[in-house]
Design a protein around this ligand. Structure first.
Ligand code: SAM
Length: 274
C-alpha cells in the first residue's frame, strides 16, 4: 500500500484487466497495480527477462530529456501518457532545474489522475488531466491545460513511452502534429519508442505487449524519426537510451553493439521547433 491508496477509490477501476499504466508500474517495481497487471508484467518478463531494466532506462531517459529541455529555458511541459507517479517525475526533474517550471500530466487512464491528485495536492504548478492523445484538440481545449500553460511561449511536448501503444494504421503522428501546431517556435518534442533493428529480443518485447495488453509495436529507426514530423533533432539525434545524453553531447558512450541486448529495445530523441 502506498500512502495515496486511501484516497484512491479502487472500486471505480476495472482491476480484472491489465492497463498500460499499471503494468508499467509493476515493471518498475511500483505498488499501484493489481493481480491482472502483475500477470501482464510477467508476460513481459517471460519474453524479455530484463523488461524491468528497460522500463527503468526509459524512466531515466525521461529525466535526462526533461532536464535538457529545462536547461534550454523550457519552463512549461505537456507530458502526454505520463504514467503513474514513480521515482522521479517530470515536475521534479524540471523543477530541479527551474523551481518555477509548470507541468501538465495527461493520461487516458483515470488511475493516473487519482494517484497524481494525491501526490500533487499542494503543488500549484503541476496538474493532472484525464484525456486521450487520440483527441488532441480536447487536450488543447481542456480548461486545466489552458489555465496552466501559455501557448504563446515555448512548450516541452512529451510523448515518452507512448507511441508503441498505437498501430501505424491509427496515424499517431497526426495527433502529435495537432499539438505541435499549437506550440510556438522554440518548443521541443521529446519521444521514446520501441525500436526494430531486426533483433529477436525486440520482437519478444512486441510479442509480450500484444499478449498482455494487445498493443506495443516495434518500429524501424526511420519510422521513429518520422514521429518528429520533420523537425531537426538535437544532438545526439535518435539513439538507444543507454547512449542518449542530450545534455552531454561529447560524452563517450558504448558502441551500440556493446550494449546488452535489452538496452537495444528503446530509442529516444528530442527535436526543436525552429
Ligand atoms: C509505458 S507508460 C509511459 C509512462 C511515462 N511516460 C514514462 O515514459 O515513464 C504509457 C502511458 O501512456 C498512457 N496512455 C496510453 N494510451 C494513451 C492515450 N491514447 N492517451 C493518453 N495516454 C495514454 C498509459 O495509460 C500509460 O500511463
Amino acid at each position: 500500500m502506498t500512502e495515496n491508496d486511501e484516497q484512491v477509490d479502487v472500486t471505480s477501476f476495472d482491476v480484472s484487466r491489465p492497463t498500460i499504466a499499471r503494468v508499467y508500474d509493476a515493471l518498475l517495481g511500483g505498488k499501484d497495480n493489481f493481480a491482472a497487471d502483475r500477470e501482464g508484467a510477467a508476460a513481459y518478463l517471460k519474453y524479455v527477462p530484463n523488461a524491468g531494466d528497460c522500463a527503468k532506462e526509459n524512466r531515466q531517459a525521461l529525466v535526462k530529456g526533461v532536464k535538457y529541455m529545462a536547461s534550454k529555458g523550457i519552463d512549461q511541459f505537456l507530458d502526454i501518457g505520463a504514467g503513474l507517479p514513480t521515482m522521479e517525475n517530470t515536475h521534479q526533474a524540471a523543477q530541479s532545474i527551474n523551481p518555477d517550471a509548470k507541468v501538465v500530466y495527461v493520461d487516458n487512464d483515470p488511475i493516473v489522475l487519482a494517484h497524481g491528485r494525491a501526490l500533487l495536492a499542494k503543488d500549484q504548478s503541476t496538474t493532472v488531466v484525464t484525456a486521450d492523445l487520440r483527441n488532441p484538440q480536447d487536450i488543447l481545449d481542456h480548461p486545466d491545460v489552458k489555465a496552466m500553460l501559455d501557448f504563446t511561449r515555448p512548450i516541452g511536448l512529451m510523448t515518452v513511452g507512448l507511441h508503441m501503444h498505437f498501430h501505424d494504421d491509427e496515424q499517431p503522428d497526426e495527433w502529435v502534429r495537432t499539438l505541435l501546431d499549437a506550440c510556438p517556435s522554440g518548443s521541443y518534442l521529446f519521444i521514446t519508442d520501441f525500436v526494430d533493428t531486426g533483433e529477436p529480443l525486440q520482437k519478444g518485447m512486441e510479442q509480450a505487449g500484444l499478449e498482455s495488453l494487445g498493443n506495443g509495436w516495434i518500429r524501424t529507426p526511420e519510422r521513429i524519426t518520422e514521429h518528429f514530423l520533420g523537425l531537426p533533432l538535437e544532438p545526439p539525434g535518435l539513439d538507444f537510451l543507454a547512449r542518449w545524453f542530450p545534455s552531454e553531447p561529447d560524452r563517450e558512450v558504448p558502441a551500440a553493439e556493446d550494449l546488452e541486448p535489452y538496452q537495444r529495445i528503446l530509442m529516444g530523441g528530442i527535436a526543436r521547433k525552429p
